[in-house]
Structure formats: C-alpha cells, structure tokens
Design a binder for this molecule. Structure first.
Ligand code: SF4
Length: 378
C-alpha cells in the first residue's frame, strides 16, 4: 500500500515557469509563496508539496482532499454575491504551521503524523461540472493554503470562467509579486487572513508580516475584490495597540475593505487561551471604526454582536443587508449596488438582483460527481 507521500509525489506536474527559476548549484527557487524557497535536487520546500526533481519544480495536480458547498458568507465574503453558493475545493499542505488552525487535518498533512486526510482523484472538468450541478456561482480554492497549489487552482479557474462562474481564494496572503501576477487574470475574490500585526507573532506561525501586507496592497491595486479576516485570539493578537496598528494599516490601503474580526475557539494545539467573548469582538470593532474602516463584521458568535453581522450604508447609516450568522434576513441594495436611501454605492461585487439565499448551511456535494478516494498506508 503506498504512503501518502508516494501518492502525492505521483500527482504532480511541472510548475509554471512564472513561479520558479533555476539558481546556482542545481537548485531552483519557488515563488509561489513569500518563503521563496531555494530547493536542492530531491528536496521539497517548506510546504512539503512542491519539490525539485532533476532540476525542475514539480507541483501538486490532479486530486482534492476536500470538497464542500457553503453559503458564500461562510468564506467569509460579505460584499460579493450575497446568498450565493460557493463551491470549495482544497488540496493538502500549507506554508505556515499555526497552532490554532481549524483546517489542520488538510493543511498539516506530511508535517504532522496525526493530520490524516485521504485525497480523491479529481480533474478540473469534474469540479466545474459538479459546481454547476450544485448551483454554485463561485468556485473557491481553500482548506489548504491555495497559493502553494496555484497551478491547480488556475487550471480549475480557467474552466470555471468559461462556464460563467466567479473564482476566489481563501488564503493566508503570504504571496509574492510573481504569484499574484500569475493569478490576477483568473481570480475575482480574495480573502486574506491577517493573523496579527506583529512580526514576532508571524514568525511563531512560520511566516513574516511584510509579505502579507504587500499582498494586501497589491491585490487592492490590482482591483481584485478583497476582504480581510482576523481571528481574535485572547492574549495573542488582541491588544488595543496591535489592533489599532492593524486597522490603521487596512484603512490606509482603503477604508472600503471589509474587515471580519472573528471569535477564536480552542483548536488543534492552541488550547490555553479562553474562547473569544462578544465584548472582545465589540472592542476590536470599535478600534477598527476609530481607525476609519467603514465595513466591520464580528463573526462566529451569531446573535451576540449587535449590528456587526449586518451591512449598513457608511453615508446615511441605512441597513442594507441584514444577516444572522450565514443567513440573509433582508437585502435592500438597488440593482446598481447602491443604498436605496441616499444612492451611495456599496463597494463589492453585486448581481443585478438578489437571487435568494441558496443555503444557510454547508453540505457535501456528493449527488452529481462521485469522488474516488485514493487509499494510502496511514
Ligand atoms: S510554495 Fe512556498 S513553501 Fe512551498 S516551495 Fe514554494 S516558496 Fe517554498
């Protein structure tokens, strides 16, 4: 029985030349994420899934480790096609190793022996066909870090675009100019997880702060629709000073970028801080508001965060989209995406009309395409 490593080493293709180059001593440099690993012959990068074989970079291709349909609000995108269904797919591996990861079973595969998630055979046609059959409007690369599997995402997104679907990344934002240029023609929506505003915290998670800040600035400049999430972890990233710097940075890029500040619950290896309370989220929201952000959302504690689940016009205060958790209770935008009271545009990506909410809960898309698991030695 092959091991997971054997299986993944077989499901690869040569990396796109926009994302790597040969360097001295038969090594190559990968540009798919901010680590920019120099990789020696026979070795893999920090993510463990991109490797140098014979002086060429090989990258993951032809499998999925997770597929699920969710309300787009769960990604979370609150300013893009409200009520639509997002078809999510993911592979294995990550370039960071956050102790509180909620997707650690897929992200830490090959790094943590307890992270066991069987991949299934897949090709881009299967995924797009399944997404259409389920009624999805958006295809999202998520669960593992999508930057490290960018070639696979672009292969899927090319077909998705031909089929009239929108595309998105749910990512840690540890990008490079090369990978963002590579993705730019194929991506509509991008969620960046801005985990902290302290470089020392990022180093604990296996990264650096600056590449994430550069990614946020670049995506905004490129016109990709961008939303930011910060999981508020008591004692880790929730001091007033850090939140002030973080939100002032975002407002400096654009006050129109939605900021989701979400509640932590104990997970994976991070089991000591207490769970985030509603009052913690509301304090963070007040700091973001003071910094100038116009659209702030408090997540993971539905019904306990006052007005911060819904969208209001920043000009006149009118309620525009009322939510409860992932459920849309009321939608009042005009066909042009404006406030019905004062005609101020709401930044985002809007359909001409609200098509209705398709679902308020995630579900597995198993009826139309049967994904075949690849069995490995565990
Ligand atoms: S994706 Fe990032 S971690 Fe993986 S090999 Fe490339 S630069 Fe290194």
């Amino acid at each position: 029985m092959p091991t997971l490593r054997d299986i993944l080493d077989d499901r690869v293709r040569e990396g796109d030349r926009a994302l790597w180059e040969p360097i001295e001593r038969n090594r190559i440099r990968c540009y798919a994420c901010g680590h920019c690993c120099p990789i020696s012959e026979g070795q893999s990068g920090v993510c463990k899934v991109r490797f140098n074989r014979g002086g060429k970079l090989y990258v993951p291709f032809g499998y999925v480790a997770g597929v699920q349909c969710d309300p787009i609000e769960k990604k979370p995108f609150f300013h893009a096609f409200p009520g639509a269904l997002a078809y999510s797919f993911g592979m294995l591996g990550c370039d960071l190793h956050c102790a509180y990861c909620q997707n650690w079973v897929t992200s830490q595969a090959l790094r943590d022996p307890d992270a066991v998630s069987l991949p299934s055979e897949a090709d881009p046609e299967m995924l797009v066909k399944d997404a259409l059959a389920q009624g999805a409007k958006v295809l999202v690369s998520t669960y593992n870090e999508p930057l490290i599997t960018s070639e696979w995402a672009v292969a899927v997104f090319r077909l998705a675009r031909e089929a009239g679907l929108h595309t998105g990344f749910v990512s840690n934002g540890n990008g490079t100019p090369q990978v963002l240029e590579y993705l730019h023609p194929w991506i509509d929506l991008y969620k960046v997880d801005l985990k902290s505003f302290d470089d020392r915290h990022y180093r604990e998670l296996g990264g650096r702060l600056q590449p994430i800040l550069d990614t946020i600035q670049s995506l905004h400049r490129m016109g990709v629709w961008l939303e930011i999430v910060t999981l508020l972890i008591p004692g880790f990233n929730d001091s007033d000073g850090e939140l002030r710097k973080l939100t002032e940075f975002l407002a400096g890029v654009s006050p129109d970028i939605p900021w989701h500040v979400t509640a932590f619950h104990q997970d994976y290896k991070m089991t000591s801080p207490h769970d985030t309370r509603p009052a913690d989220l509301l304090r963070a929201a007040a700091i973001g508001h003071e910094a100038g952000l116009r659209y702030i959302y408090c997540g993971n504690l539905p019904g306990r965060v006052k007005k911060f689940e819904s969208t209001h016009c920043h000009q006149c205060g009118e309620m525009l989209i009322r939510r409860s958790g992932y459920w849309i209770e009321e939608y009042r935008l005009t066909a042009e995406g404006n406030c019905p009271s004062c005609a101020t545009p709401l930044p985002g990506r809007w359909s001409k009309k609200f098509d209705r909410q398709i679902t308020s809960a995630p579900f597995l898309p198993h009826k139309h395409v049967q994904f075949v698991k690849i069995h490995t030695q565990l």
